[in-house]
Design a protein around this ligand. Sequence first.
Ligand code: IVH
Length: 708
Amino acid sequence: MTDSIKDYELLKAEIRKHDHNYYVLDNPEISDAEYDSLFLKLIHLEKKYPKWISPESPSQRVGITPATAFNTHQHAKNMLSLSNCFSDEEFFDFDQRVKKSLNSAAQAKYFCEPKIDGAAVSLTYLSGTLEIGATRGDGETGENITSNVRTINSIPLKLIGSKDIPEILEVRGEIFMPKDEFARLNKLQEKDGNKLFSNPRNAASGSLRQLDPKITKTRPLHFFAHGIGIIQGISFSSQEEIFKKFKSWGLPVNPLNAIANNLHDCIKYFEKIDKNRASLNYEIDGVVYKVNNLSDQNEIGEIARSPRWAIARKFPAEVAKTKIIDINFQLGRTGVITPVAKLEKVFVGGVNVSNCTLHNVDELERLDPRPGDTVVIKRAGDVIPQIIKVIAKDKNRAPKIKLPKLCECGSEATLNHAESWEVREDKELIKKFDSIYEANNFIKNANKGYSLLKVNERAAFLKCMGGRSCNGRIRGSFYHFVSRKAFDIEGLGKEIINRFLELGYFKDVQDIFSLENYAKKIEKLEGFGLKSTENLIHSINSSRNIELHRLIFGLGIEEVGETTARNLSNFFKSIDNLMSTSFEELITLQDIGPRVASNIMQFFEDNYCKNMVKELLPHLTIKNPNLIDQDNYLFEKTIVITGTLKKLKRDELKNLLLSKGAKVSSSVSAKTNYLIVGSNAGSKLAKANQLGVKIINEDEISEFLNEK
Ligand code: IVH
């Protein structure tokens, strides 16, 4: 009998069907031995006819070469997060807001889903074939983890069915590790002397961020789809319909998802899931309610970085008992000195907690905690742990904690007061705020006529009076500068920063970009070596190309958080514009009150900060929003770089392309516009040729970049 490509395609489809039965439906139709024999047949055919092999073959889940770093992936549509509520009343308030937005008294139907405690991912299918898998990252930019996602058996490499497969389908969902598999993995980690994962979520995201997909393949990861990103060639009218289609295409969806026709159903759903929570083999931290009708969702829209048509109802915080070992004072980047309790390690809310902030001096007064005391701590989901009360005082009680008079830099530490505000309605407390501006904004944006605004207690906090050159503050600025939402410099953790500061390798944050001068010395430090030094320099260099909002956030201006930084970036569009603004202009912006405005003004007027920014800017290529020339022919073009480049560093080339608005991708697909090739190019070049992608070789790069 002769082998035909048609039989090969049929064989692949059959294996795909059995994979779906086994991994998604948990309902195998054939024995393992029968499955193995089908798979062997496939391998045999592919050995004989290697030209037939395509990436979506069931044999191609693991690629050959481990990556050295992940490429970034720009989400075509932002990946949003959910706002939370913790009670029936808060959920009813949400429902009222929905009704108000829709201008209708009719009850919206809600699609209800368990909220999976895993890692959010985006999967892009082009004409039914999985082309890109990416992490959520900061919601705008994630990491391309396609090779790792491909190893997860419940994620189809090719969608089932042929009739209604859209040209583009971006599936969003959660990758998670089942509880029993997590326990098994940790046992294995322990046996092999490896670090244990503190919870299934960390295990899942750690496994997804392995550079070698062969390791990810050994990790028991699963997936549930929960939404869509960009789509083309199909339209949906409801959340329910999306899930039905997902199911028909072989994408795993949670069987506990359900439609609620009224608020009573919604509350019943929450209670049912809460009751069954312990019996589920995966961690959940609440339920998600989504307005079912998609045109309603559109009308309701989004606010900040969350949709207003969906909300997460979280389970109550977990509590645990533990002992205080010690109480110390920690200096932050704003000069505030915070009391922190060192605790006997305790597992609560899914993580091990061994440190817990006491927030401010008032909290220290209220609780009067001392070393040796037994306390109750509380932790909900991603919220920081809190001490709620002291339940047993130590027999030989230590003296009351004294406030330090001096900061570690030797300057005076003085007591300051922050005002807090409460928004009330009919004497009922609605919400507390730390600033009057925030409270006013809340009242302005709220649906009900909250009116009474009352000054509450004045929390006292300690502050170093040494100004910005206090070494503890500088250390804090470094931690903030390299953090994920700012410059995101991997490999520059707290301990390493402390070490380099002590060794004098850097003094102020801008010196990070000259760290290469110390590469030879770093290489010789204990715990380093050539490879990790190279990796560190590489991640520093990659961070030079930075979005404006990350730069603004990274500067560490007091009270300028991620959202404010984004608003400033969108309004001013360049750092120069922001630096030459005025107080009057700033307070016209939404969400910026006089206090934040004056913090921004003070920052850019302060000599230390002015110098820091002046020395920092020459090291960076700032990606300003909407300032990229959209007529530039590289704008929004998808480009892949492959092979070894001789004249230009790959990162430099990537940054040049990004600055022209191109998207740099790691894999060649039908969407690729250009492939830039160095020497020793391999499979990407072959694929590009196959797809008719335009090839640019190294000698043509400068002409290519400068073409009009
Ligand atoms: S919907 C726009 N549904 O929770 C709606 N999210 O803060 C955004 N999550 O990172 C997502 N289970 O990945 C949705 N059933 C579910 C979910 C879910 C878990 C995660 C999601 C996101 C976070 C929201």
